[in-house]
Each structure stands twice: as C-alpha cells, then as structure tokens.
Design a protein around this ligand. Structure first.
Ligand code: FAD
Length: 332
C-alpha cells in the first residue's frame, strides 16, 4: 500500500498493536457471525413463504389440499426437514448472538474485576464458535433455502442463489473456519489447560441441575448432561494425544469446533424450551409461539444434535489418516 507521505498517528500504546488489532478483530468476528445468522434467517423466511405457496405432488398420508391440483410442498417431510433445520439454526443462532452480546455488556458494566474477567473469558471462548459455527450453518441453511425452491432456487430473480453465494464468503473472511478452529482448540481450550472450557461447562451443568425436577425437561437435560461431560472427556483425550503429536490439534480442530457449536446451541435450545414450558403454564395468549418453540427444540435435539456422534468419531480417529499420504502422492 502507498500512503503518499500521509501522517500516521499512533492510536494505542506503543508495541501493543497486535493486542489492539485483536479488539477490532473480535468485534469483526462477532459481526461476521451475525452475517452468517442473517443468511440463515433470510433463506428461511423466503423458502418458508415459497413452501406454503408452491403446489407439487400429494402428501403421502393423503391430500391435504383436495380442492387444488396438488398439495403445497410444506406438507412433505423432506421439505419440512430443510425448513426446520433453517428455523432451528436461526433461532438457536440468534440466542447465541444475544448471549455473546450480553457478555460484551457485562464486561463493560462489571462492578468487579472478577466479573469483568469472567465475561471476557466467556466471550473469548465463544467468539470462534459463534464466528465459524454460525457462518457454516448459515451456508448450509442458505443451500437448503435454494433447494426448497427447486429449479427456481437457481434462478437469479428470486435471490436465493445470491444468498448462497454471499453466505460462502462469511466462512472465509475474518479468519477462516479452519483458523477459528485452531484458535478455539489450540489457544482458547488447550492453552488455558481447559480452564475456559470448564467455566462454560460449569454453567451448562448448573442449568441441567436446576432442571432435575422438571419432567418435561428431561429429554433435553439428559442429552445435554451426557454431552457436557463428553465435551470435557474428548478435550482431555485430544490434549493427551497432542502432547505426543502436535498435528493432532489441527486434525481434530474443525470437527471439535462444530461439535462445540452443536452443544452450545443445545444448551440455548434447552433454555428456550424451559422458558416456553414456564410461559405455557401461565396460559398465555401467544401459546402457539411457545408450542412452536418446544417443537423446534425437539427437532433440534432429535435431528441435528445427533451430528455430534459423527463429529466425535472423526475427531478421535487421529491425525494419521490425514498425514500418512505423502504430499507428492495426492494426485496418484
Ligand atoms: C470478499 C473478501 C473481502 C475481504 N475483505 C478484507 C478486508 O476488508 N480486510 C482484510 O484485511 N482482509 C480481507 N479479506 C481477506 C480475508 O480475510 C482472507 O482472504 C482470509 O482471512 C483467508 O486468508 P487467505 O485468503 O490468505 O487464505 P489462506 O490463508 O491462504 O488459506 C487458504 C486455505 O488454507 C487454510 N489454512 C491456512 N492456514 C491454515 C492452518 N494453519 N491450518 C489449517 N488450515 C489453514 C484456510 O482455512 C483456507 O481454507 C477479504 C477477502 C475476501 C474474499
């Protein structure tokens, strides 16, 4: 870059440029997480409207729209799966963004140095998760959005393919998914000897304990309790392997980040379910809203959270299956 003899002014303390840059970078990462979430939301709203309108084939259980030539595609289970995936990522992701923003507020308004540090540590752990998980799920959701439109999804006028193209960059800039994954597992989790992660899993553990007496919460709480414990165990196993071979960190990191994202969203969905159950007990006028929350929470736990099974198996499979092929032999 050529600044044509312009005067440069130091805007932070001398020799602390990298630290200052990270203040800016972290804000940009949360901003990009929000972009990923926006692609999910935009794809969802448009594909939902289309799925209600577009008539194609009949429901397997018999016509739902007998007066018309066909049923709207929202009746088909496979279409519902694409819509619910977008809805679960949109509302779960929104909760994650709010929670991260809450930590920014807590750190700014903290009354004690301890509270400030706690909020900053939580934000520091959650930033790579929010950035990479919400942009990767934004990309997946944008792709579902195109698919719900069928052939029309590929036509520029609807804007669905534009949403998918724009979602693609969010996983790249402000630190790629792979770089966020190294930051999470290498710097945030392993370099703090698991301390930052422990602080977060303790919050999840306390939530699960607080719900021990609620029968309708048990499906969520039992899955979350199991995963929360497994999160620590898996981290320890990777940490042990990494002491012998540093490549183990890179080999496990992307799956580890996505796994962490699914558990974080599971906690946020369980919290939404808890609020919905509490509100429904008060017979609210907007009961449909809370019923929809419970049904979406169930979808998340039964259809998206099981992805953690594959992620665990892959991340624990080790670095050898990635490293044994010589770089010169990839083209053979
Ligand atoms: C549209 C657009 C706008 C941009 N705007 C800005 C801007 O305003 N300001 C700015 O400063 N930059 C900007 N960028 C740059 C952007 O931040 C970088 O492109 C991005 O950080 C990736 O860096 P790179 O392109 O050098 O890829 P590389 O670092 O070459 O990465 C290539 C691939 O290798 C992977 N990789 C690299 N190193 C590792 C590793 N150690 N472990 C695992 N995987 C690895 C990456 O994940 C990626 O998949 C922009 C880029 C684009 C496309």
């Amino acid at each position: 870059m050529n600044f044509d003899s312009a005067t440069g002014y130091l805007i932070g303390p001398p020799n602390k440029g990298l630290n200052c840059m990270f203040t800016f970078m972290n804000t940009a990462r949360i901003g990009t997480a929000l972009q990923g979430l926006s692609h999910t939301e935009w794809g969802f709203q448009n594909s939902l409207a289309y799925a209600r309108d577009r008539l194609q084939m009949r429901a397997l259980s018999g016509p739902k729209n007998p007066d018309k030539a066909a049923d709207p595609i929202i009746v088909h289970p496979a279409v519902r799966s694409m819509l619910l995936t977008q809805k679960a990522f949109a509302e779960g992701g929104r909760a994650l963004i709010y929670f991260a923003a809450q930590q920014v507020d807590r750190s700014k308004l903290a009354k004690t140095a301890e509270e400030k540090q706690e909020a900053e540590d939580l934000l520091s752990l959650l930033t790579p998760i929010a950035k990479a998980f919400l942009t990767e799920t934004g990309l997946e959701s944008a792709s579902h959005g195109v698919q719900v439109f069928g052939g029309h999804g590929y036509i520029a006028e609807w804007g669905m393919e534009q949403n998918l193209r724009d979602a693609r960059i969010a996983t790249i800039y402000e630190g790629t998914t792979q770089v966020q994954a190294l930051d999470l597992l290498g710097r945030k989790v392993l370099m703090s000897q698991g301390e930052l992660l422990k602080r977060f899993t303790k919050i999840i553990h306390k939530f699960c304990q607080s719900q021990a007496d609620s029968e309708p919460m048990q499906p969520y709480v039992s899955a979350l309790t199991r995963l929360n414990k497994e999160w620590g165990d898996v981290t320890l196993q990777i940490g042990m392997k990494a002491m012998k071979n540093r490549e183990e960190v890179g080999a496990a990191s992307v799956e580890y980040l996505m796994y962490s994202g699914y558990i974080t969203l599971a906690w946020l969905w369980a919290r939404q379910a808890e609020v919905a159950l509490r509100k429904l007990a008060e017979n609210p006028s907007d009961a449909d809203f809370y019923h929809a929350k419970l049904k979406t929470a169930r979808f998340y736990f039964e259809r998206l959270l099981p992805r953690t099974r594959t992620l665990v198996e892959v991340m624990l499979s080790g670095a050898d299956n990635l490293m044994e092929l010589d770089s010169e032999h990839f083209a053979f």
